[in-house]
Design a protein around this ligand. Structure first.
Ligand SMILES: Nc1ncnc2c1ncn2[C@@H]1O[C@H](COP(=O)(O)OP(=O)(O)OP(=O)(O)O)[C@@H](O)[C@H]1O
Ligand SMILES: [Mg+2]
Length: 243
């Protein structure tokens, strides 16, 4: 379970990018986060794994307040939280396999990480993750040669390889066409259902959010304006969210 309690985030010490956000997420939920540009969607995701430090409030992961952890403890906890970026965040000259293996680094000593030492188990997990996103045949290709949708599937495989409890994805389909976006969302849905992973996705496409996510959270000026079932998101509420 994930719980955000009274979270404020301010980048400049004056304006609040998140304003008293309270949120409880049960394991296995599939949540879409919507809201207009600048409403705080990215800040919300980043505050969950403390890529951005809240100026106030607490973040609980399975009842541990992770804002109190030291760096080493935080590094351990972060294994449980995968992050998927809009721009894929891959090493383009490296192979698909090597990119996915990076997902295992959190489990290595820093010595082994630096040398890139992986064992058979790591390779097996990487191959399994790639087959889960339908990319087994691309395993030895360079990441830079893939299409946008394929790159995003590699990024998902990399995160799966990390075996997280929660996947946070910041606009993972924003630069993809409609059918590729649906394809990627189908993979997220599959992972959510088969692996009981919690998934929280920032989406600017409300229809995509309504179609795939069981729960939708809408932000406006850093505050939660709506938190509920996709079916309860009326046109009137949408108007207020995007006004
Ligand atoms: N690194 C930063 N430094 C200063 N201010 C920032 C930084 N990142 C975000 N902000 C500000 O915080 C607020 C929330 O930004 P955030 O990026 O979370 O919004 P968003 O909903 O993800 O927007 P978008 O849809 O454009 O990605 C905005 O006012 C933004 O200008
Ligand atoms: Mg954003």
């Amino acid at each position: 379970m994930l719980r955000l309690e009274d979270i404020d985030v301010s980048y400049d010490g004056k304006r609040l990018a998140l304003d008293n956000v309270n949120l409880t997420v049960q394991q296995g939920e599939f949540i879409g986060i919507i809201g207009s540009s600048g409403s705080g969607k990215s800040t919300l995701l980043k505050s969950i794994n403390l890529l951005v430090r809240p100026s106030k409030g607490k973040v609980y992961l399975d009842d541990i307040d992770i804002t109190r952890l030291n760096n080493r403890e935080l590094r351990d906890i972060r294994k449980n939280i995968g992050f998927v970026f809009q721009d894929y965040n891959l090493i383009e000259r490296s192979t698909v396999l090597d990119n996915v293996l990076i997902g295992r680094l959190g489990y290595k000593s820093s010595f082994k990480s630096i040398l890139g030492i992986f064992n058979e188990d790591d390779y097996e997990r990487a191959a399994t993750a790639l087959s889960q996103v339908g990319l087994s045949e691309k395993i030895f290709e360079r990441a830079g040669q893939l299409s946008g949708g394929q790159k995003q599937r590699v990024a998902i495989a990399k995160t799966l390889c990390q075996r997280p409890k929660i996947i946070l994805a910041d606009e993972p389909v924003a630069s993809l066409d409609v059918s590729t976006s649906q394809n990627i969302m189908d993979y997220f849905k599959k992972v959510n259902e088969k692996k009981d992973m919690t998934i929280m996705i920032n989406l600017h496409d409300v229809n995509l959010a309504k179609r795939y996510c069981n729960r939708i959270i809408a932000l406006k000026h850093g505050k939660i304006l709506f938190d509920g079932k996709a079916g309860d998101l009326s046109d009137e509420k949408l108007k207020a969210i995007y006004d």
